[in-house]
Design a protein. Structure first.
Length: 597
């Protein structure tokens, strides 16, 4: 059938926006309207209409704007902030993949152009790069480039904010707009979601047993940790091959956990909440359930030895919901780590097309993921309203946050700067969700001061620990306890204060949080000047690698002596060392003499 390119054009204050769609002749009508928001941002609202329900056509929005002040590019799942060329490919967002917010900023933390799309559930492709001819930033957004439900009407909006402002504010305002216009109401995180956490993954991997874990958690409890995640391995019998090829049956390994409910109760009696790991879409090739769900997979992931369930089948969604509810009721656990949701995507040709979507009650995979996660959330909260649910980067957007209250940095073992960078990105977009660091591990041959830098790099999120505590030297355990105490003493500021990370293009060398009466600053790079307020107590956590730093207050510079891997308090309105009473207070609270400038 011949196609007709339908187009609509509207002029904006910073350029010309064009919407085009590929549609059968006489099939679709496209319109584009320019709106101006109360905050001055400009909004492109476009709609598609058809007289009969039909699969919507591939639709494009394009905009070219001069590259002025747009020297860096920010997105929540980006690993760096370089501006790419317009021919370097696309970003993809949908309910399980990031969120459609992109901010272009200069070298002084100032945003000059922010783009946000209302569509945060369906598959969306985004291209934002420099066009060489004339140094123009070319923005391209594509809708309906994947299987979709038949529609008669579709309407959506894209927000453009060209006002200069702190880049973090541009991010937060864009995300808030997406949440509001898309109707996404993120679930509220219970207070327990912000407690220090111990994970079995890096230290135990799949070699988990109830007695070993309880011995380890007894140490963790004394250090101040209050939540535990048992990761992969609890479903493999002793001596059985481990790995994803055996995922999907989700039967307890009785040789490892003879009585799971009793084990969970013993851990809870230590004052620690208990969470369990599940790889949501994986059905391993060697699992008993593999044959049961044949024909109901999106694709097979050979590198993992598992197939990926297709949530468009109602029986697939029911299987997953029932699995989690059964575990919650039988073992009285406190939460779930729901992993690999970002694998629930269409790769290449949609396998449903060849059998005309037989057996499926939906055509769109992202809409089915949204429905699956909503069904899981409804079922779990009906049993335990304050259930803890951890999601891992990349699935961190407004739509998925309706169903999860803990968002963890993607795996980056041993990489303290990546942990810090991703954590700060998540803090900017996550509202009242609890943002968690990736699990921390380090080699015990490191000095406690160097090991402390891993913790300081994660301190503006909830710190997850995964070192083998039974093997840790006493000075490392003392260091962990000290920083856990610091994190809880300043918890309100660190987790709920005004969060201001600086220079994302440099991986955030300075981060600060301001609360009532105090400011906590993290310093991560030697040579940076730390700006200190005159009217509040300031705590500087030094992870720079150097045992001093330069402070600026009231325009005056001075050198502050503070060991790397430690913190120092700088009292307000003081130009001399802290008086003895303050030193005594620090000794009482932290058990050690502090360095004062």
């Amino acid at each position: 059938m011949a196609t007709l390119m339908l187009a609509a054009v509207a002029a904006f204050s910073f350029g010309e926006v064009k919407v085009e769609c590929e549609a059968p002749a006489d099939g679709w009508r496209v319109s584009l309207v320019r709106e101006v928001a109360p905050d001055g941002a400009e909004i492109a609202k476009f709609s598609l209409d058809s007289d009969v329900a039909r699969v919507p056509p591939k639709t494009w929005l394009s905009l070219d704007v001069p590259q002025v002040g747009m020297h860096n590019a920010w997105s929540v799942n980006g690993l760096e902030c370089g501006v790419r060329a317009n021919w370097e490919g696309w970003s993809m967002t949908e309910v399980s993949q990031g969120l459609p917010v992109f901010v272009y900023f200069d070298g002084n933390d100032t945003s000059h152009f922010a783009v946000a799309a209302e569509e945060c559930i369906r598959h969306l492709r985004y291209g934002g790069g420099v066009r060489e001819e004339g140094s123009m930033l070319s923005v391209r957004i594509c809708w309906f480039d994947a299987a979709e439900e038949p529609l008669r009407h579709y309407e959506t909006r894209v927000r453009f904010d060209a006002s200069p402002k702190y880049f973090g504010d541009a991010v937060r305002e864009s995300v808030a707009w997406v949440e509001k216009t898309a109707g996404c109401v993120p679930c509220k995180a219970p207070e327990a979601a912000f407690d220090p956490l111990y994970s079995s993954w890096y230290c135990f991997h799949c070699d988990v047993h109830d007695a070993d874990l309880e011995a380890e958690l007894a140490i963790a409890a004394k250090l101040g940790m209050k939540t535990f995640i048992v990761d992969d391995g609890w479903q493999y019998e002793e001596g059985a091959p481990v790995g994803y090829p055996y995922c999907g049956d989700w039967r307890l390994a009785r040789g490892r956990f003879p009585d799971m409910a009793a084990h969970v109760k013993r851990v809870q009696d230590m004052g620690i909440k208990y969470m369990m790991w599940y790889s949501v879409p994986f059905i391993g090739f060697k699992s008993e359930n593999y044959d049961r769900f044949k024909g109901k997979y999106l694709y097979e992931l050979g590198s993992h030895g598992a197939a990926i369930l297709d949530p468009r089948f109602p029986e697939v969604r029911k299987f997953l919901v029932d699995t989690y509810v059964k575990a919650l009721k039988e073992w009285n656990i406190d939460g779930f780590k729901l992993d690999f949701i970002d694998r629930i995507i269409v790769k290449g040709e949609d396998p449903a097309a060849k059998d005309n979507y037989a057996g499926r009650d939906m055509k769109s995979v992202p809409l089915a993921v949204d429905r699956l996660m909503s069904e899981i959330n409804e079922a779990l909260t009906a049993v335990k309203p304050d259930i803890l649910v951890e999601f891992r980067q990349k699935y961190v957007g407004p739509a998925i946050r309706k169903c999860g209250n803990m968002l963890r940095v993607r795996d980056c073992p041993g990489n303290m700067s990546r942990n810090r960078f991703s954590m700060a990105n998540l803090r900017l977009v996550s509202g009242n969700a609890a943002v968690h660091s990736d699990m921390l591990e380090w080699n015990f041959k490191e000095s406690p001061e160097v090991a402390a830098r891993y913790i300081i790099n994660a301190m503006f999120g909830v710190v997850q620990y995964s070192v083998m505590l039974r093997d840790a030297p006493k000075e490392h355990l003392d260091m962990i306890a000290k920083w856990i105490k610091f994190s809880q003493d300043h918890r309100e500021t660190l987790q709920n204060g005004k969060f201001t990370p600086h220079h994302p293009e440099l991986q955030y060398p300075i981060i600060e949080a301001e609360g009532d009466g105090e400011v906590v600053i993290g310093l991560y790079d030697d040579g940076r000047v730390v700006d200190v307020k005159t009217d509040k107590r300031t705590f500087v956590m030094n992870a720079s690698g150097k045992d001093s730093f330069v402070m600026r207050r009231d325009g005056k510079l001075s050198e502050v002596v503070c060991k790397s891997g430690d913190w120092i308090e700088i009292p307000p309105d003081s130009v001399c060392p802290a008086p003895p009473p303050l030193q005594q207070e620090h000794r009482r609270r932290y058990g050690a003499q502090r360095n004062y400038w």
